[in-house]
Design a protein around this ligand. Structure first.
Ligand SMILES: [Zn+2]
Ligand SMILES: [Zn+2]
Length: 333
C-alpha cells in the first residue's frame, strides 16, 4: 500500500469519526438529554436502563411507546410485556405436603414484620401461633390439605373464599397462568413530583395511582401488600416462595417481599443492591446496604436521593408485606 493512499484513508476515517461523533452528540442533546445522568435543578435524574432487564428468553419484551404521565407530561415510556416467569430463579415451592417436611418443602409467611419458613412444623403449630384452635390444616397422617386444581386456586385465592377451603394451604401453580402476560408502562425519564401520590388498590392510602409498586429485572411485579388479614380470616394460608412470590390467576406470579433471590445489582460504593425499577421509573433498591445497614433519610414513600443514583426507593423489610409507601414520581396513566 503506498503512502499517499494510506494517508487519504486516514483522512477519510478521521472525517467519518468527526461526522459520527457530531451526530451522536446532537441526538443526545435532542432526545436523550438525561440518558447518561444529568444534574438539573431537581438533582441527578437517571433514565431507565432497559438493558438491565432479562430479555434473552423472551419472558420480558420492551418497546418504546408515547405516553402521558399523571402530571400531564407527554413523553416516552417503556412498555414492558412480561410473562412473569422469572428467568433468574425457580417458582415455588409454597405449601409443604406433610407436617414432617423441612423448610425446603415450603415457602415463607410474613407476620409481625418477620419472615417465617412455612415448613411442616409451621403448619402443625398454626393453632398455637395464631392462638386459635380452628387452625388444623392437616389430617391424622400429618398430610397437609393443599388446593389441587386451577378451580381450587380460583376459589380459594379470592376474598370471598368459601368455608369449604377453611384450613387449606392455597397454592396456584405456574401451569395455570402459562398463557398470561402483563403489560406495564414505565416513564423512561422519571419526573419527580412536588408532592407524593398514593397507590391505588388495597395498599396504604388507597389513592388513584397504580397498585403495582415496581418491576424486577425479570419482569415480575413488586405488588401491593398481600391481603393477609382476609387470607387468615378465611382460615387459609397462601404462602410465598423463598423469593417472596406466589401466583394468582389475574396477576400471575408476583412478589410481596424482597428476599434477595431475584437479580440484585451490587453497587460499587456499597449502597444497597438495585433490584428493579419503581413504576414511576425511579430506581428500586434493596432494604439493606452491603454491610447490612438501613438507608438513612428516607421520605414517607421510602425514597431518598444521592449523587450516584439520583432519587430512588428502598424496599421495606421482607417481613413487612410492603415495598414502598407512595410515589414521588409521575406514573404513566
Ligand atoms: Zn399475592
Ligand atoms: Zn439509597
Amino acid at each position: 500500500m503506498n503512502a499517499t493512499f494510506l494517508k487519504s484513508i486516514l483522512i477519510i476515517s478521521a472525517l467519518i469519526s468527526v461526522v459520527v461523533v457530531g451526530c451522536v452528540s446532537c441526538s443526545e442533546e435532542d432526545d436523550t438529554a438525561v440518558a447518561e445522568g444529568e444534574t438539573t435543578g431537581d438533582g441527578l435524574v437517571l433514565a431507565v436502563d432497559s438493558s438491565l432487564f432479562l430479555t434473552n428468553d423472551g419472558s420480558v419484551i420492551i418497546t418504546t411507546v408515547p405516553c402521558t404521565l399523571s402530571d400531564g407530561t407527554v413523553t416516552d415510556c417503556y412498555q414492558i410485556v412480561a410473562t412473569s416467569t422469572p428467568a433468574d430463579h425457580q417458582m415455588g415451592p409454597w405449601c409443604p405436603e406433610n407436617i414432617a417436611d423441612g423448610d425446603e418443602a415450603g415457602g415463607i409467611w410474613l407476620e409481625n414484620g418477620q419472615v417465617y419458613d412455612v415448613d411442616g412444623a409451621f403448619i402443625e403449630n398454626m393453632a398455637t401461633f395464631y392462638n386459635d384452635d380452628t387452625w388444623l390444616m392437616y389430617n391424622e397422617n400429618g398430610d397437609i390439605f393443599i388446593t389441587e386444581t386451577e378451580e381450587d386456586c380460583a376459589n380459594a385465592a379470592n376474598p370471598n373464599v368459601g368455608e369449604e377451603y377453611e384450613n387449606f394451604c392455597v397454592e396456584c401453580l405456574p401451569s395455570y397462568v402459562a398463557d398470561l402476560t402483563q403489560t406495564y408502562l414505565i416513564p423512561i425519564t422519571p419526573v419527580k413530583l412536588s408532592s407524593s401520590e398514593n397507590f391505588g388498590g388495597d395498599g396504604p392510602g388507597g389513592g388513584n395511582g397504580p397498585s403495582v409498586r415496581g418491576i424486577a429485572f425479570n419482569g415480575v411485579r413488586y405488588d401491593a401488600p398481600a391481603p393477609t388479614d382476609a387470607i387468615l380470616g378465611a382460615y387459609t394460608l397462601a404462602p410465598f416462595d423463598d423469593a417472596g412470590g406466589h401466583i394468582n390467576l389475574n396477576a400471575g406470579y408476583h412478589y410481596h417481599a424482597a428476599t434477595g433471590v431475584n437479580t440484585q445489582l451490587a453497587q460499587d460504593d456499597g449502597h444497597a443492591a438495585m433490584i428493579g425499577y419503581a413504576i414511576d421509573g425511579h430506581g428500586f433498591y434493596a432494604q439493606l446496604d452491603a454491610e447490612g445497614n438501613e438507608p438513612t433519610g428516607l421520605d414517607d414513600c421510602r425514597g431518598h436521593e444521592d449523587e450516584t443514583r439520583g432519587y430512588h426507593y428502598h424496599a421495606d423489610a421482607p417481613g413487612s408485606n410492603n415495598f414502598i409507601n407512595c410515589l414521588n414520581g409521575a406514573y404513566a396513566n
